[in-house]
Write a protein that binds this ligand. Structure first.
Ligand code: NAD
Ligand code: UDP
Ligand code: UDP
Length: 320
């Protein structure tokens, strides 16, 4: 009788009492560095919903507890305040490595810290992946193409990057992070995945992080003029965060190292974007031109053929 009771308890704990034991997919142990940030917190939501055990590692530089606090009572969720520049010992199956400030305002705030996060932080997380045999996914960026001379950008393009400019802490940092990932892959057999993420927007972006979508929306709502930098003819391609998260998960679960461009190929000038905000929020919103920032890429648009062919992924949310 006791054994039957224990068995029933065990079944119920492992399957919610519904699915026969053998059919339950074992939850993975997954670290998400930068998991309290914009993209990371959406990824955490999906992983938790899938039934995985998630450990968020974040130093809260740009991330917020509020982004993940809805999981605090869930025993499958843990939050560690930790800076990835310091070593970290954990036992896990997968590492999604997102920790790094992403907005120009934030990554230029302390450029040396940004470089350390990209280089030493990535080295530590790769060391962790090597020690425990975990699969490692790096969130690199379209910035590795710099001010691109090829349009749209294909993964085989090596880029046009200023190594001594004000954006270098970020773009050269991410390029080094990609190099480290490939060297741990070739040299130590670590299973790595590399995503090159193009501009992404959605809920939980910091309203004051200086990125163009949040700036224009916040300015229009506050009845302030929208600040268009330069002549506003520079282009970007914007994807919604749910599309990105789907792409990251497919990449992690798939068999291909990458790098893969993950972005929406719909391309807009910043003036066109300002018009969209006028149409959506306030037709009377004014535009104010400001001098552009140094080394601002003139155009950017992903070629996503590789992700379509090998991951079966493309954005679902239309860009216009
Ligand atoms: P975000 O700033 O919202 O998130 C980054 C997170 O990393 C934050 O929670 C921050 O506190 C944390 N972090 C920063 N430095 C850390 C450190 N040293 N140790 C531990 N945690 C640290 O930015 P995001 O938009 O969510 O970007 C996530 C990742 O995606 C970044 O690696 C970024 O480079 C990459 N990416 C984002 C975009 C985009 O458009 N959002 C585009 C290209 C690449
Ligand atoms: N590291 C870590 N957690 C681990 C294993 C390693 O943070 O579980 C760090 C380690 O402190 C080192 C880096 O990752 O700074 C690279 O580790 P690796 O073993 O590859 O190189 P080594 O320690 O031999 O230089
Ligand atoms: N930008 C702008 N007004 C703003 C903020 C940004 O015109 O208030 C421009 C910026 O010069 C760049 C583009 O918008 O050409 C995208 O900038 P963002 O900082 O969002 O991302 P990234 O430069 O990293 O692509």
């Amino acid at each position: 009788k006791r054994i039957v009771f224990v068995l029933a308890e065990f079944r119920s704990a492992n399957s919610g009492g519904k699915i026969p034991l053998g059919l339950k997919r074992k939850g993975l142990r997954i670290v998400v560095t930068g998991g309290a940030g914009f993209v990371g917190s959406h990824l955490v939501d999906r992983l938790i919903a899938r039934g995985d055990n998630v450990i968020v590692v974040d130093n809260f530089f740009t991330g917020r507890k509020e982004n993940v606090m809805h999981h605090f009572k869930n025993p499958s969720f843990e939050l560690i305040r930790h800076d990835v520049v310091e070593p970290l010992l954990l036992e896990v199956d997968q590492i999604y490595h997102l920790a790094c400030p992403a907005s120009p305002v934030h990554y230029k705030h302390n450029p040396v810290k940004t470089i350390k996060t990209n280089v030493v932080g990535t080295l530590n997380m790769l060391g962790l992946a090597k020690r425990v045999g975990a699969r490692f996914l790096l969130t690199s960026t379209s910035e590795v193409y710099g001010d691109p001379l090829q349009h749209p950008q294909v993964e085989t393009y090596w880029g046009n990057v200023n190594p001594i400019g004000v954006r270098s802490c970020y773009d050269e940092g991410k390029r080094t992070a990609e190099t480290l990932a490939m060297d741990y892959h070739r040299g130590a057999g670590v299973e790595v995945r590399i995503a090159r993420i193009f501009n992404t927007y959605g809920p939980r972006m910091c309203i004051d992080d200086g990125r163009v979508v949040s700036n224009f929306v916040a300015q229009a709502l506050r009845k302030e003029p929208m600040t268009v930098y330069g002549d506003g003819k520079q282009t970007r391609s914007f994807q919604f965060v749910s599309d990105l998260v789907e792409g990251l998960m497919r990449l992690m679960e798939g068999e291909h190292v990458g790098p893969f461009n993950l972005g929406n190929p719909g391309e807009f000038t910043m003036l066109e974007l300002a018009q969209v905000v006028q149409e959506t929020i306030d037709p009377n919103a004014r535009i104010e031109f400001r001098p552009n920032t140094e080394d601002d890429p003139h155009k950017r648009k992903p070629d996503i053929t590789k992700a379509k062919d090998l991951l079966g992924w493309e954005p679902k949310i239309p860009s216009s």
